[in-house]
Design a protein around this ligand. Structure first.
Ligand code: A3P
Length: 296
């Protein structure tokens, strides 16, 4: 049975899992996931939810596999399996990854760094981490939780705002996620740490950096095709990229490809919320080398 045919019974509750708030869809297959056998050429796309995972996945998929037939018939969430998802009777993300016919295999995860299966480190796999500024990430997550019926109830905005700052989100605290991956990158040259805001500012430049990291040298024409193909409006129109075939998402509430902007937080945060957030942010984000832009 495919993901497309499944309905979610009810919204899951957050549970503490090894110190990280999670929902059972991402923990029930834990042993199998931890025993996942990575291959040296696997590429892991790691993000905090709503940081630009689909965008990065699409870029990598186009860079490696171009405008092949599968671009028109296979949704991005099947081309780039979500390692930890476990949604019986659908094939688990782990099994999907095992069965991927491509080389390299592109695999997505939202795990905090300490949850990544050890074989990715043992095999010295390349990892692309995408981070997005907390304010826009929070807004995007709020709308996602409204429309994704497999996520916990978001509640109203002010409630969600508090919960985000407390780190009570699926996959845990944004602050821990981005910081711990950043620290890991310092000792692991196989991690390429990207920022959503940089991708918005100059997609072509960020694709060049990515290619450099991956050892790819696409022709100018191919690079142009990728850069053009992954623009927000193109992906939003493309049913294989926009998640419209996914039944757990209610597009009447909000689309998956929602705005794709830097600074949309200004339409959601009150002045008081922004001040409260900034105060709290300073206490949590002590590493002066990890800097985010909330506008460009
Ligand atoms: P918004 O909700 O702010 O619009 P993820 O893939 O990690 O779930 O992230 C989804 C967010 O990335 C959404 O943000 C979505 O619109 C944005 N996004 C996806 N593709 C994009 C693109 N090509 N350009 C800009 N933003 C994109």
């Amino acid at each position: 049975m495919s993901f497309e045919q499944v309905k979610v019974p009810s919204r899951p509750e957050l549970v503490d899992f090894h110190g990280v708030p999670m929902v059972y869809f991402f923990t029930d297959n834990w042993e199998n996931i931890q025993n996942f056998q990575a291959r040296p050429d696997d590429i892991l796309i790691a993000t905090y939810p709503k940081a630009g995972t689909t965008w990065a996945s699409y870029i990598l998929d186009l860079l490696y596999f171009g405008q092949k037939e599968r671009q028109k018939s296979v949704p991005i969430f099947d081309r780039v399996p979500f390692l930890e998802i476990f949604f019986p009777p659908c094939l688990s993300g782990k099994d999907q990854a095992d069965n991927l016919p491509t080389s390299p295999r592109l695999i997505k995860t939202h795990f905090p760094v300490q949850f990544v299966p050890k074989s990715f480190w043992e095999q010295n796999c390349r990892i692309i981490y995408v981070a997005r500024n907390a304010k826009d990430n929070m807004v995007s997550y709020f709308h996602f939780d409204r429309m994704n019926l497999a996520q916990p109830e978001p509640g109203d905005w002010s409630n969600f705002f508090q919960r985000f700052m407390e780190g009570k989100m699926v996959f845990g605290s944004w602050y821990d996620h981005v910081n711990n991956w950043w620290k890991k990158k310092e000792s692991c040259p196989k991690i390429h740490y990207m920022f959503y805001e940089d991708m918005i500012e100059d997609t072509g430049r960020e694709i060049d950096k990515l290619c450099c990291f991956l050892g790819l040298s696409p022709s100018a024409e191919d690079k142009m095709k990728v850069t053009g193909g992954v623009q927000f409006d193109n992906m939003k129109r493309d049913d294989m990229a926009n998640y419209s075939t996914n039944p757990v998402m209610d597009f009447k509430i909000s689309p998956f490809m929602r705005k794709g902007k830097v600074g949309d937080w200004k339409n959601h945060f009150t002045v008081a919320q922004s001040e409260q957030f900034d105060e709290d942010y300073k206490k949590k984000m002590k590493d002066a080398t990890l800097l985010f832009r909330t506008e460009i």
